[in-house]
Write a protein of this length. Structure first.
Length: 246
């Protein structure tokens, strides 16, 4: 009865204390199976598609315009594929297709799944820091990332297909749009994100294990880049729907 509520019916705003983004290059043949046919992969050299894992520490998440006192603090983990979309009028957009989202609070799972298609699940999330060394992990999700702070002179991951950080930056997120396809209605839900001062800083990942990649049978995924972004005001516009081309 209330299915329309999942279509992001109002604008939302938050403050990102930090956002860590690891982007993995995957053979395009594997990723294309995970997205609807109304979207196309955003590829490199017609060989690789890209899947991003974002770890976001957010505060004051609330409907846009509400006082900050009504906001909530959450830790979010998102799994997204870089895609492109062209509507019936030929307008092209670059964005992300959502596979799965995780959070450290049940409240966010409940509200997130009422008002979005982001597929939230609650999990445990631990954060540790010793000097410049950081670790984010989850026992329930069998997830662990260890990294150290870096700078623009840091080296790219060893097997990265990017030739330099400038090229890698295009796949550091966030992209302006996220997409969700309704096959029954042949409609695309489009949500536009607005951010300020998005200046990614490279990080050096010393070790990682992400069980969800194994669940997707993406054992050949290559770590292509890794960035951190700090102290970012962020908001999402109300979702809009478009009829897709047949």
């Amino acid at each position: 009865m209330f299915a329309f509520l999942k279509n992001h019916p109002f604008a939302v705003e938050a403050y990102f204390e930090s956002s860590i983004v690891l982007t993995f290059a995957v053979s395009k043949e594997k990723l294309v199976e995970l997205i609807p046919k109304t979207l196309t992969l955003d590829t490199l050299n017609d060989r690789y598609g890209f899947l991003a894992v974002a770890l976001v520490k957010t505060t004051q998440l609330r409907p846009k315009g509400f006082p900050k006192v009504f906001g909530n603090d959450f830790f979010l983990i998102g799994y997204r594929i870089f895609v492109k979309y062209e509507n019936e009028k030929g307008k092209k957009r670059r964005g992300l297709y959502i596979l799965k989202s995780e959070t450290n609070r049940k409240k966010m799972e409940i509200l997130g799944n009422i008002f979005s298609h982001y597929n939230y699940r609650t999990t445990d999330i631990q954060q540790q820091q010793k000097g410049k060394e950081h670790c984010v992990s989850s026992k329930k999700s069998n997830f662990q990332i260890e990294y150290s702070e870096g700078d623009i002179n840091s080296e790219l991951p060893a097997q990265s297909p990017f030739i330099d950080w400038k090229k890698a930056r295009k796949y550091a997120g966030p992209l302006p749009f996220t997409f969700n396809y309704d096959a029954k209605k042949n409609e695309m839900l489009i949500i536009e994100g607005i951010r300020e001062n998005w200046k990614p800083i490279p990080i050096t990942v010393s070790q990682y294990h992400i069980e969800f990649l194994k669940e997707l049978k993406l054992d050949d995924a290559i770590l292509a880049n890794a960035f951190i972004i700090n102290h970012i005001p962020y908001s999402w516009k109300k979702g809009i729907k478009e009829k897709c081309s047949n």
